[in-house]
Design a protein around this ligand. Structure first.
Ligand SMILES: Nc1ncnc2c1ncn2[C@@H]1O[C@H](COP(=O)(O)OP(=O)(O)O)[C@@H](O)[C@H]1O
Ligand SMILES: [Mg+2]
Length: 453
């Protein structure tokens, strides 16, 4: 008698439950970027397109691409892959769970050196109706425009998220505005610039260019190694044996960031603060195969403290240490293995004491090399005018400065910064400038600027 019973999971119930394992949008995008890097891409494009309820997000790369069979496997929950100790993938789930946490339809289109474009798609509406693990093939006239655009001239893969039910819908009746949608872009940019900073700058790994809506994402280096006053402290290698008796090496490299007064510029200091700002960015930066998993925090080794905010430590491990670090599916969390907590605590204490010294004594007496002082300018610096433009017009600027009043200059500088920072966000920029022009002083400056043109 056959004593085995096959129990097949319910496709609709399982796919629906796996939408809630805790992925946020930037983390999900990072999971797809992992796949592109793994596929040897050197260019990765993230496109966040607002078209009301037809909005979509796509991640495209110029990697090796996939055959039709490989796409089938890639869409399988728990797909098989040949992982090695340098692989960024692990569970065979990221592509599906990360994507479907935010949308109901995910399409993969891919082209490798042997085959033309192949596509396949998971559509949760279809799975809910059929309760079957049925993926859908698309005909060319059903392709999202971005697929042909990206795969027209090169091999690679495009992943498209459509029907963005978890992103777009505020409630049953209203969807996000374009401005709110643009906010998501900024979060993605910040997160990707941080998580993949070594890949973006080509430090230890082949360089990768990552673009968001056509703009190259800049690396955010937590240790500001380019700042002359950053202090790198000697690397320690912590060795231990894991539960299967294999030797694991973990590299720890502490850095003391410069005191505010020793940064090369105010902007560099502000940028180094990071997404969570100085106090919450102190502590451990944990990398798995050069990809950042944790950015700051002390993992209960010590408490975050204003006086130690300049201490940041890089901790590196490869995927042989995955079990010891208990990496989770969304690659958002790791646990420091107990066997190295003692040694790490000693390092953290020493580094924190040094960081405290730099904080209190404002670094040592040496200042970073200053630029040669120029003689005072006879004419005020050229500033862009107050007109609303995405790209400031050359020479439209000088005229409104002749007032020589400090306040006017300050207002103009503030407006200048707003315009530079929001140059890609025309809608938001116009809205802010139009609200500001209700303030009398600004209105006067604006009018003066126009008259002088
Ligand atoms: N952009 C891509 N280019 C080539 N292959 C990919 C790409 N994205 C996913 N794949 C394939 O799909 C598989 C499944 O991806 P995923 O679900 O993220 O799991 P994991 O990365 O843990 O293997 C990958 O192992 C890889 O073989
Ligand atoms: Mg993956």
């Amino acid at each position: 008698m056959d004593n085995k019973v096959m129990i097949v999971p319910s496709a609709s119930r399982l796919t629906e439950s796996l939408r809630d394992i805790g992925y946020d949008i930037p983390t999900s995008i990072a999971d797809l970027v992992d796949n592109s890097i793994e596929a040897k891409a050197t260019e990765i494009w993230i496109d966040v397109e607002y078209i009301g309820i037809h909005s979509y997000i796509s991640i495209s790369d110029n990697g090796v691409g996939m055959s039709a069979n490989e796409i089938d496997e890639a869409l399988r929950y728990g797909s098989n892959s040949n992982y090695n100790e340098k692989s960024l993938g692990k569970f065979g789930l990221g592509l599906k769970t990360a994507s479907l946490s935010h949308c109901k339809k995910i399409t993969i289109a891919s082209k490798n050196q042997y085959e033309e474009i192949n596509t396949l798609c998971w559509d949760l509406d279809h799975i809910n109706k059929s309760d079957k693990w049925e993926a859908l093939k698309l005909s060319e006239n059903e392709f999202n425009e971005i697929i042909l655009e990206r795969l027209n001239s090169n091999n690679g893969t495009v992943v498209v998220w459509e029907n963005l039910d978890r992103i777009l819908y505020k409630d049953e009746d209203s969807i996000l505005t374009q401005r709110e949608f643009a906010g998501i872009c900024r979060q993605i940019e910040e997160h990707i610039g941080m998580v993949f900073h070594r890949f973006i700058s080509g430090t230890n790994v082949p360089k990768v260019n990552i673009y968001i809506n056509g703009n190259l994402i800049q690396a955010w280096d937590p240790f500001v190694v380019d700042e002359p006053c950053t202090k790198a402290i000697d690397t320690s290698i912590l060795k231990f044996k894991d539960s299967s008796n294999s030797e694991i090496n973990v590299k720890v490299r502490p850095y003391i960031l410069p005191h505010e007064s020793q940064f090369s510029s105010k902007q560099a200091h502000a940028k180094a603060a990071g997404p969570k700002k100085w106090n919450r960015q102190q502590g451990l930066y944990i990398y798995r195969n050069n990809r950042l998993i944790q950015s700051g925090g002390w993992n209960r080794l010590r408490a975050a403290d204003e006086h130690t905010k300049l201490a940041r430590l890089a901790i590196d491990f490869d995927s042989r240490a995955d079990n010891a670090f208990q990496i989770n599916i969304s690659k958002m969390k790791v646990k420091i293995p107990n066997v190295i907590r003692g040694e790490l605590l000693e390092i953290a204490k020493k580094v924190s004491a040094k960081a405290n010294e730099v904080y209190r004594n404002k670094g040592d007496s040496k200042r970073p090399p200053q630029k040669a002082k120029l003689p005072p300018k006879k004419h005020p610096r050229k500033e862009p005018g107050l007109e609303i433009k995405t790209k400031p017009k050359k020479n439209s600027s000088t005229q409104i400065l002749h007032s020589n009043k400090d306040l006017d200059n300050t207002i103009i500088k503030i407006l200048d910064i707003i315009k530079q920072e929001l140059s890609e966000e025309e809608y938001l920029l116009n809205k802010i400038l139009s609200r500001l022009s209700n303030i009398d002083e600004i209105k006067k400056l604006q009018e003066r600027g126009k008259n002088n043109e």
